[in-house]
Design a protein around this ligand. Structure first.
Ligand code: FES
Ligand SMILES: [Fe+2]
Length: 369
């Protein structure tokens, strides 16, 4: 699990003025909106005596701990300690980590890490066509969970050879070969184009997509500082389906998937249910395989598995992850699970700016190489 990435933590409409607990990178976070409606993400554990802030409530734009009523604003600073007698100061260490938040494509993204603003990458732009042709696209969204490590889950999303074996509804079992393909790794994205087959014709799609079993152009992109995949399938001229899947590591062996399925055909709301059903069906087929992959984390070296040219896209991604791990961005999850005596937190940007006066230490990291 990596620090300094943008992660999808919730849908925008799930975050309100009632605090919401979410789990990512093995940690709890509290999400809430202040009086102006701005969304915030804080470490969930109160530095006083360890209560969960998400069990509290939002008062005057700050989250109030349910145990003794300390209040923390969106920056993580404690702004009120009700038990303090007048004239006594709030201690400097009364603060929790606060993480940068952005709302985009209906999702709440939090930057979980301590990189300063200038070093943070921008969010990926998934739907430039939507901005140009607003109203011609229909978005449906959903969520699922894989019982596997996030790198395994993401690699599966770009695995070209598995489709005909794992999925009943796409790929052509009579031609399982995967042609060699180029992958372009630049500008925080790993891009590969190729051919593929859209989902089988069923229900409303049968009439909407002519010759659904024919080869189509498929563009696949992995976004690295915001672990996501964007797959665009060109059904025919001016007819596309774009699926964006965001991968959030919950724990080492659990990954949450938030997805958006966008289409510029069958754009009436009444087709959402059918469209989502297709996506969930595919996810369930993948989940069975992913649950039993060994080792649970991808092995340290590429030579520890027998990867072929059909695995090219995933391999480039895996190398990229290894580079980030070598820079010291990987959480030492084994150490973290042994270390249960004290609370550890994901370091926030303010911690880097001002490293002293924090109650909780940051999570243990694997060594940079
Ligand atoms: S534990 Fe939060 S105020 Fe006491
Ligand atoms: Fe799959």
């Amino acid at each position: 699990m990596l620090l300094n990435q943008w992660y999808v933590l919730a849908n925008c409409d799930e975050v309100t003025s009632a605090p919401k607990r979410v789990h990512a990178l093995g940690q709890d976070f509290v999400l809430f909106r202040d009086a102006e409606g701005a969304a915030h993400c804080l470490s969930d554990t109160c530095v006083h005596k360890g209560a969960s802030l998400s069990c509290g409530k939002v008062v005057d734009g700050s989250v109030e701990c349910p145990y003794h009523g300390w209040r923390f604003d969106g920056s993580g600073a404690c702004v009120k300690i009700p038990s303090l007698i007048e004239g006594k100061k709030i201690p400097k260490r009364a603060r929790v980590d606060s993480y940068p938040v952005q709302e985009q494509w209906g999702w709440i993204w939090a930057f979980l890490g301590d990189a300063a603003e200038a070093e943070r990458p921008p969010l990926p732009d998934f739907y430039p066509e939507y901005e140009e042709q607003s109203g011609e696209w229909r978005f449906a969204r959903g969520r699922a969970q894989f019982d596997c490590n996030w790198v395994r889950a993401l690699e599966n999303g770009v695995d070209r050879a598995h489709a005909v074996f794992v999925h009943t509804d796409f790929g052509n079992p009579d031609s399982p070969e995967v042609e060699d393909y180029e992958v372009d790794d630049s500008n925080n994205r790993i891009y590969g184009a190729g051919s593929g087959k859209p989902l089988n014709k069923r229900g409303a799609w049968r009439d909407a997509i002519p010759d659904a079993r024919e080869e189509r152009e498929v563009e696949v992109q992995i976004f690295v500082p915001a672990p996501c995949i964007r797959i665009q399938m060109h059904m025919q001229k001016n007819m596309s389906q774009i699926i964006v899947t965001a991968y959030t590591p919950i724990e080492e062996g659990k990954t949450q998937l938030n997805f958006i399925q966008a289409r510029n055909f069958l754009t009436d709301e009444k087709f959402d249910e059918d469209s989502l059903k297709r996506v969930y069906f595919v996810i369930e087929e993948d989940a069975i395989i992913l649950k039993h992959l060994k080792p649970a984390r991808v092995p340290p070296s590429l030579a520890d598995e027998l990867l072929l040219s059909s695995d090219h896209h995933g391999t480039v991604f895996r190398q990229k992850i290894k580079e980030l791990e070598a820079k010291g961005l990987a959480i030492d999850a084994d150490q973290q699970s042994r270390d249960t005596e004290c609370v550890r937190v994901i370091p926030s940007p303010l911690r880097k700016e001002d490293p002293s006066n924090w109650v909780f230490k940051s999570v243990p990291m694997r060594e940079a190489r």
